[in-house]
Ligand binder design. Structure first.
Ligand code: ZN
Length: 186
């Protein structure tokens, strides 16, 4: 899967990249080890070099990633957000130490906890800002269950359902077409 025209604006792209650290279709996980996970956070500027990072932190990170995939997946028709997913998301926000501060004469939200809690909290702040500026609703995960790639919906109608019309969109159309051939009444 390539990124094509699916990049999100501003910092929201970091959230999109975070969700896509797991390629569901190929099973390739960029956060497979502790070192890899810490490196990813440092490369995004979310974790300081001197911050320690444990196996538990790596676990927190992948749990949060999958909860975010669940949050976006719950936008699909007929889908629901599970109570476990809500708990996991709330837990990350609680641990982040979110605080409002005055910066350049305006209130800004900051994630003040050290280590991985603060790093994941920075992602929460990015998402809250994206809700404020209206970009959050356009971050989607592909409706193809085997894909679930996070993409930014640049479509004018805001109705993008697949990461790529030419790949997952066509697959869905072909499935619907085959279903109609087997059962023409539907
Ligand atoms: Zn897809």
């Amino acid at each position: 899967m390539t990124d094509r025209d699916t990049k999100a604006p501003h910092d929201l792209e970091v959230v999109r990249r975070f969700i896509n650290t797991l390629d569901v279709e190929d099973g390739v996980d960029l956060l497979e080890g502790i070192e890899e996970s810490a490196r990813w956070l440092r490369e995004q500027g979310l974790l300081d070099n001197e911050d320690t990072f444990t196996a538990n932190d790596a676990q927190k990170m992948t749990t949060f990633r999958e909860a975010l995939r669940g949050l976006l997946g719950a936008r699909h028709s007929g889908s629901q957000l599970s109570p476990e997913t809500v708990d996991r998301l709330d837990e990350v926000a609680r641990a982040a130490g979110l605080t409002a501060q005055i910066h350049d004469q305006r209130w800004v939200l900051k994630s003040c906890s050290p280590g991985v809690d603060g790093a994941l909290g920075k992602l929460v702040v990015i998402m809250l800002n994206a809700i404020s500026d209206g970009t959050w609703d356009r971050l989607q995960v592909c409706e193809n269950d085997r894909c679930q790639w996070a993409f930014y919906d640049h479509s004018r109608s805001h109705t993008g359902r697949w990461c790529s019309m030419s790949v997952c969109g066509n697959r869905a159309k072909q499935r619907a077409w085959r279903a109609r051939q087997t059962n023409p009444s539907t």
